[in-house]
Design a protein around this ligand. Structure first.
Ligand code: NZQ
Ligand code: ZN
Length: 386
């Protein structure tokens, strides 16, 4: 196992009826900027619950943070926050709202330069420099409710970049599984696949005898496989949604990655597919990961065999065993309604390969746990997605 230092300061308040706990989590004298998305929280009663709970707090609202939150939108929130003297950020929604609110929390006090420099990581935000952020999560998927990551899109330049900071951890996150009851099937499917791929990015590398991390990762994968189809059922089942929500948080709260190598090439490539073609985040992951793992099967052989045996209960050996496990993954994604080929979206794999290869080549990007996936290999992987 590699050396590691684990830090996670986010308080999780989990379960039905916990939105009322906002009252003891936000200082009474705070001026709160309430950030939300396109209106789902107004249709499902979450907005009303938040406003009723915080009726005696000074609240400024900023709605309209879009899926794949846009830098220009967030700059409007930052200017509003500065103007109103906001000192606490409350994000209510899915990953996009929370990721966007993280930039708002860091951007309001940052006046020394362009806020975009935070996203490119030319400027590092350190602990204590961002405003405190609390969240009410309504879409299990990204893990952003319990991590220090934020992914920001800039449509004007077709960019989508992730920034990471200890200052971006929420101080608390409220996870009430009943808030997920209004999710469309597509978003449930997206959440399951995103969480599944998060685990694989931290697991399907090479062994370092990290038994706790491996078994925790396998436990999350098995849970997602078990509940995947049930999570899509209507009416929703509370325990299924609770397990889904907690699985997604654990998939990316930075516990299973401690002391082990990580890949993240599927995410790096996926972000480009969203930037260029507008696919949902999870859709991009499903059209890349099965092909990337097969392409990298020699370097990842030991962990892929372990995946086949422990997560799918398969016997056999070598490449046929790995192929069978990856076919099972594809079958699982397809069963919950998630396509696994670029051609399923009428995207030409050759064109996508050329565009994304050029971008990675210009950045000199090298990806994967060995930093061995060059822009040329990314193109090979994308051409397999047909
Ligand atoms: O905008 P509203 O009206 O709220 O609707 C949203 C949005 O249209 C809707 N929704 C959310 N909760 C709902 C609901 N609809 C009905 N009922 C509810 N309870 O769902 C739609 C999608 O929301 P979004 O927040 O975009 O989805 P998700 O949580 O999947 O977040 C995706 C973003 O997170 C980034 C992605 O790249 C993408 O930008 N990621 C962030 C990560 C992180 N911070 O650690 C890691 C991930 O790998 C990912 O990259
Ligand atoms: Zn993801």
């Amino acid at each position: 196992m590699k050396n590691f230092e684990f830090y996670n300061p986010t308080r999780i308040i989990f379960g039905e009826g916990t939105i009322a706990r906002l009252r003891d989590q936000i200082p009474q004298d705070a001026t709160v900027l309430l950030c939300y998305g396109g209106g789902s929280i107004k249709n499902n009663g979450v907005y009303d619950q938040v406003l009723t709970t915080l009726s005696s707090w000074e609240m400024i609202e900023f709605g309209g943070i879009e899926a794949n939150p846009d830098y220009d939108t967030l700059m409007k929130a930052i200017l509003l926050g500065r103007e109103k003297g906001v000192d606490f950020i409350l994000a209510v929604g899915g990953g996009s709202v929370i990721d966007g609110a993280k930039l708002v929390a860091a951007g309001i006090p940052y006046t020394a330069g362009e806020v975009w420099d935070i996203v490119t990581q030319d400027v590092k935000v350190i602990l204590g420099e961002a405003l405190p952020l609390g969240t009410v999560l309504t879409l299990p998927a990204t893990g952003t409710e319990m991590n220090g990551n934020s992914v920001i899109s800039r449509r004007a330049t077709e960019e989508k970049l992730a920034w990471v900071s200890e200052a971006a951890f929420p101080v608390f996150s409220i996870l009430d599984p009943t808030t997920t009851y209004t999710l469309p099937a597509k978003q449930v499917r997206n959440g399951i696949v995103d969480a599944y791929v998060h685990v694989m990015e931290q697991y399907a590398t090479y062994p370092v005898d990290a038994r706790i991390q491996d078994r925790q990762a396998e436990g999350i994968l098995l849970t997602l496989q078990e509940i995947g189809e049930k999570a899509l059922e209507v009416p929703p089942d509370y325990d299924t949604r609770a397990n889904f929500m907690w699985a997604a948080t654990n998939a990316l709260n930075k516990l299973i990655c401690q002391g082990v190598p990580e890949d993240w090439a599927t995410h790096d490539i996926g972000h480009e597919l969203t930037a260029f073609y507008g696919l949902d985040h999870a859709e991009t992951l499903a059209v890349v990961m099965p092909h990337l793992l097969w392409h990298q099967r020699e370097k990842k052989a030991d962990k892929l065999v372990q995946y086949a045996q422990r997560v799918w209960g398969l016997t056999g050996e070598g490449e046929p065993l790995i192929r069978e496990a990856l076919d099972n993954m594809i079958d699982f994604f397809n069963r919950i309604g998630m396509p696994t080929k670029l051609t399923d979206y009428q995207i030409d794999p050759d064109q996508a390969a050329a565009r994304i290869q050029a971008r990675f080549a210009s950045r000199g990007s090298r990806m994967g746990e060995h930093k061995a996936i060059t822009s040329d290999l990314v193109a090979e992987i994308l051409r397999m997605s047909r």
